[in-house]
Ligand binder design. Structure first.
Ligand SMILES: Cc1cc2nc3c(=O)[nH]c(=O)nc-3n(C[C@H](O)[C@H](O)[C@H](O)COP(=O)(O)O)c2cc1C
Length: 416
């Protein structure tokens, strides 16, 4: 039989083909397709039951604010400088007096274990590996102590202020005893926003079994198996408390209106200031006027935030507020830009406009929903390497040197 002529047949074409090694781990196979946070969102959407995905992904009412948080970043373009030595690019910076390898804080998210049973422990470990802070939510599904024991992350505790001040004191004392660095008080929740995707579905935490949830569960067997074989999901910081720990299915709206103090005001912030020895962060500042009050009252950092568009719809995008807030209070309090961060270049834009750091919620939740703890690591790698690449491509080697000279506010400018 004649031997194939490699130079002149399809055998020759075969020689130039290089086959990718087959990845045995299904998680790693999945992550190969997750090149961006948007890709991970798509993967999470396929893997999670629809009600769970919508709880994470959705916002209030028409989701105008949720979308404009993202759009505000897209509207800002760069003014890249060239022919500067970019052989060394340093994304490190500092936040609340501590060094940070890249200026990102993982935002508090309630009920994190709904995305993956490893939940808050996975997020804390991933934050620890990346060297960035993680803020545990009051409505976390692992307790203050469990998260502190999980690993070496710089931890912040996010506080919702309950009417029961004894409970508030107890939470603060537990966070302090467990070595949490900062207290992050959320101030944009006088009432719970109307998250219509959840309302339409009658979504409760934990999800109540009904025909549609059962169907959702059947078509997402991997999630369902993990959900039914792991510990029940409850508000782990609140077990045994009068406010309820979520072991009875309840809508978040009901939970907020019965337990949380809608009478919260600036005097309560002073009260908290006196009781918490470490840095105090106010999360949910949405105007220059309130940023100024916070700075005057000696708050260590403000997070410009509309809760990821989950509270007041038509609230302003944090990035749009940033330049005016930085002009008014920059240098007196640190400014965190929270909401809409999906790329490392978004962090660069926020820093250039006066932020000390960014916070991100959904970005890491998509990673967690797509591939558990490895998915969170993957998102943090994407954001950190995006940030480094962007700094090199705009010709700015250090965070300290990032300023408005590097950005064009474009359409965002007209919105200010
Ligand atoms: C599923 C989910 C749960 C959240 N739970 C809380 C919470 O318990 N406390 C809080 O202060 N903010 C909470 N947030 C808001 C985040 O801390 C953060 O402000 C928001 O996610 C930022 O927008 P981004 O998702 O576009 O990054 C939650 C956000 C999401 C998506």
């Amino acid at each position: 039989m004649p031997s194939p002529d490699p130079g002149n047949s399809w055998f020759g074409s075969l020689r130039i083909l290089r086959f990718r090694r087959f990845e045995l781990s299904p998680t790693r196979r999945r992550l190969r397709r997750g090149v961006s946070v948007a890709d991970l969102r798509k993967i999470a959407r396929r893997r999670l039951p629809r009600g769970v995905f919508d709880y994470i992904d959705g916002g209030a009412e028409d989701e105008i604010t949720m979308r404009s948080n993202i759009q505000a970043f897209r509207d800002v373009t760069f003014k890249p400088r060239v022919l500067r030595d970019m052989s060394e690019v340093d994304t490190s910076s500092s936040l609340l007096g501590r060094p940070i390898p890249f200026p990102l804080v993982l935002a508090p998210t309630g009920f994190t274990r709904i995305a993956d049973p490893a939940g808050e422990l996975a997020v804390a470990r991933a934050a620890g590996r990346a060297g960035i802070p993680y803020s545990l939510s009051t409505l976390g599904t692992r307790s203050i102590e469990e998260v502190a024991a999980a690993g070496p992350a710089d931890l912040w505790f996010q506080l919702y202020v309950f009417k029961d001040r004894g409970l508030v004191m107890d939470l603060i004392d537990r966070a302090s005893a467990s070595g949490y660095e900062a207290l992050c008080v959320t101030v944009d929740t006088a009432m719970l926003g109307k998250r219509e995707r959840d309302v339409r579905r009658g979504f409760t935490l934990p999800p109540k079994l009904g025909l549609s949830t059962i169907f959702d569960g059947i078509v997402h067997p991997a999630w369902t198996w993990k959900f039914v074989t792991s510990d029940p999901i409850v508000f782990a910081n609140l077990t045994g408390r009068t406010v309820g720990d979520g072991s009875e299915a309840i809508s978040l709206g009901e939970y907020f209106s019965t337990g949380l103090d809608s009478g919260l005001d600036w005097e309560d912030i002073e009260w908290l200031r006196d009781r918490w020895a470490g840095p105090l962060v106010l999360k949910g500042i949405q105007t220059v006027a309130d940023a100024v009050i916070a700075a005057d009252r000696g708050v260590d950092a403000i997070a410009l935030s509309n809760h990821g568009g989950r509270q007041l719809d038509s609230a302003p995008a944090p990035l749009g507020l940033l330049p005016r807030v930085a002009d008014a209070v920059g240098g007196r309090t640190e400014i965190i830009c929270d909401g809409g961060v999906r790329r490392g270049s978004d962090i660069v834009k926020a820093l250039a406009l006066g932020a000390t750091a960014c916070m991100a919620g959904r970005a890491y939740l998509y990673g967690l929903g797509a591939a558990g703890e490895t998915g969170v690591d993957h998102v943090l790698d994407i954001l950190a390497s995006d940030m480094r690449r962007t700094m090199a491509l705009i010709g700015c080697p250090t965070v300290k040197e990032l300023d408005r000279e590097y950005v064009d506010l474009g359409r965002g400018d007209r919105r200010l």
